[in-house]
Structures are given as C-alpha cells and as structure tokens.
Design a protein around this ligand. Sequence first.
Ligand code: UDP
Length: 472
Amino acid sequence: MASDQSSPHIVLFPFMSKGHTIPILHLARLLLLRRISLTIFTTTANSPFIRQSLADTDSSLFHVVDLSFPQDVPQVPPGVESTDRLSSMSLFVPFANATKLMQPQFEQVLQSLPRVSCIISDGFLGWTLQSASRFGIPRLVFFGMNNFSSTVSRVVVRDGLLANVGSDDDPFTVPAFPWLKLTRNDFEYPFRDPKPGDPHFEFVVEQIVAMSKSQGTVVNSFYELEPGYLEYWNREFEPKVWCVGPLCLAEPPTVQSLQNQKPTWMQWLDQKSAEGRSVLYVAFGSQVGISTEQLREITIGLERSEVSFLWVVKSKEVKFLEDGYDYEERVKERGLIVKEWVNQREILDHQSVNGFMSHCGWNSVLESLCASVPILAWPMMAEQHLNARFVVEEMGMGLRVVANNGSVRGFVESEMIEKMVKELMEGEEGKKAREKVKELEKLARMAMEKGGSSWRTLDRLLDETCMQEKVI
Ligand code: UDP
C-alpha cells in the first residue's frame, strides 16, 4: 500500500453481513477515486469477498487486514463469520457482541499503521469508537439506514409516541411530520417494547451511545430524496449526518461476458427479453427467513399471477421447493428459481426486469431505484417496515402487500400476492410507480456525479473530518 505520513489514510471496518459490507465497499471505491489510501479490516472468512469485490481497483492504494473471528463464543456456531450464515437472526446479538472480542487484535494492528486520518466503521461496531479515541483518531459511523427511518424512529422514541397507542395496528400521527400515519407494527423490538437488561436492548443502546459520541454519520442516501428528514436530524440530533449515496452507483456496470459465459439466469433474462416479456424479480435479501407456510403462499400467488418471474431463494427455502413439490417443473415456461448468490444489481439492470418483489432492505431499495425498477414492498424485519412506508408513501416508487388482517405485519395470502403482482406489472398503480422511479433515478445519478450533492458532501466530509489534525 502506497502511503506517506502526509497523504490521507482512512481505515474502513464493515460489519460482517452482506448488506453492511457491500455499501462500504462502494464507499471504498469513491475514496480510492480520490487517491485516498485505505486499510480495510475484516475477518478471515469474509476477506475473499472483499478482495474479489475490489479486484478491479488500484491495489497499490489499499490493504486488507484479516482479523481472526473469535472462536468458542456461546451461541455462535463455529466457522460462522457473517450474519447471512446464521441459522436464525435470533443469534444476531451474540454474533454482534462477539465482534467486541476482536478489539485487542484491532488495536494491535492500528498501532502499526501509518498515521490514520479517520476510522469509518459500521454502526454495529460501536466498540471501535473506544479504540479510535485511544489512538486520537476521529471515528465516523457508517450507517445502513436512510434518514426517513432513523429520524422517524428517533422522534417516536423521544416523544414517547408508542406508549399510548391502543392496538399494534391502530394508526397514530407524528406531530413533527403530521402527514405520516404509523402503527406500532411499523417498529421492531426493542423500539416498541424496551426492556432494560435484555441483551438486544442493551446492544442497541450501546450502539446509539457510541454513535452519538462519534464525529459524524455516513449515510447511503442522497439529499434530494429526503431533504426534510435529513435537515430535521441535523437540526435536532447528533452526530451530523452526511449523505453520500446511492453508493451502488460507484460500482461500474458489469462487463457483458459472452452469452455462454453468462450465469444461466442472465441468459434466461435475455431469452425473456427476446420474447418481449417483462420479468418480476423476487428476492428478500441475504438474511430474512421465510416460513414454509408463507413460502407456499408465494409459490401459489406467483403461479396464479401468470407473470414471468425470477426468484432467488436461500438454502432453507430450496428444501421446501424441492420436497416432492413439482413447482419448478410446473412454472418452468415463465418462472426461474435461482438457488445461489447472484449479482442483484446486474439482474435489476437487465432490460426485461420491470418489477421487484422486495423485503425493502435499504440496499435493495436503492439498487432498484438506480435501475428504475418499481417495488412491490413486503417488509419482514428490522427497519424494513419503515422503509416500505418510505418507498410507497413518500417516494411513490412502489406498491405494497398487506397481511390478511390488514396489518403491515403478518401472514400474507396467495390472493393478495397474485393481485399485487398483477397490479405492479400490468396495472395503473404499477405504471405510476414506474414513472416515479424513473424521476428518482435521474436525481440519484445527478447526486453522484462530480459536482452533485453526494459528491460535494463526501468532499466536505473528508475535508472537515478526515483531512485535519484533530485533538479529541
Ligand atoms: N445481494 C446480492 N445477491 C444475492 C443476495 C443479496 O447481490 O443473492 C446483495 C444485494 O444486492 C444488496 C445486499 O446483498 O446489496 C442485501 O442488502 P439489503 O439491505 O437489501 O438486505 P439485507 O440482506 O441486509 O436484508
């Protein structure tokens, strides 16, 4: 790694889950473009993904450090170093807490590095603030949520708005944003039911405290998308938020390989395109676990909708689809089920893909926006319910499935799936969402261009936070 004492040198430390690592690697690209040298911390099992993702960049400018992931941690299965490999997200907190055991290794390496201008570490790695302070280095938080979800959550907690709501589905208004109608079901534990002493609650509080003591927050969003929520946060809360996205636009489009070297699903999409068919892309991210009963409804809904679809499933779901159920055979003329890791951006960018049934993980939403693909929102966990509201009610780039009982959370029947898939792909509401997402895509691209809002924000952030000698 080329580095001298005067040129900026930034440490990046992504959290060990795909949805957190991918955008920070996109941020790495933006920093490398500015000739900033980087040291990227990860763990041994995550290292190949990181090295591969940056294989086309200038390797003289960055260095990847592989720390050993703690072994013999209660509840964390041996060899699992990424949340997408956990058998259940109920193991998330023990997993995330295990990362704290890497602090001595992290500090040992930190000590040996050339002068570090700042550390940008994930919001779930709050303990890195302590290391940064020990070495007198500013820490910025890399935060995976948009401003809508983080500002609304913070306001709702600050103003105690969940306390007086009758049932989980009773709508309430947020005085700071009077046009919003939310329900308790839009929020995940521990926001909706704080239990001091509970490990999940304590973990979240620790991260929030570490964040509030950090020098700033780097957010994967752009000013034009949510100016009101961003300004509200920066007026009312700390630390300051810097919007530098959508970061996925920092990655160059995939170079088209020869037809027979493309993954089979990309060949299949080409075929659908040649047949003049629109395809619905169905994927629920890298972590969500879907019950067998719910999977069954999805299969029926997709089959009855008669649209063409490409559905990426996870290993647990594969078993259901293969268990004496001739589904793949029945839908083979217009449905393809993919059982491996795909390049999601490449799929969304394909000309035949015209709709995305998505869990509304924030990266998926931004990737869809940047590909001008409207969303059928089906949130499952974390802040995805708020993201879904943002996608449908504020951005206007999607429709939404609703549970049987009219709730934003719960079991969704095949009739609802069929109806909403048809509406997204063929109906008037889908058409409106498609028009809206095209406008948003243009704004997003402008924000990321040289001189655009995100570009300038990153320059200012680097200038104010990382390029100065600071005494903390
Ligand atoms: N992803 C991918 N291929 C897959 C599954 C996921 O490229 O087969 C990527 C996806 O493009 C996105 C990230 O993994 O960048 C998932 O992040 P998101 O916030 O959408 O959801 P999460 O997995 O964190 O729930």
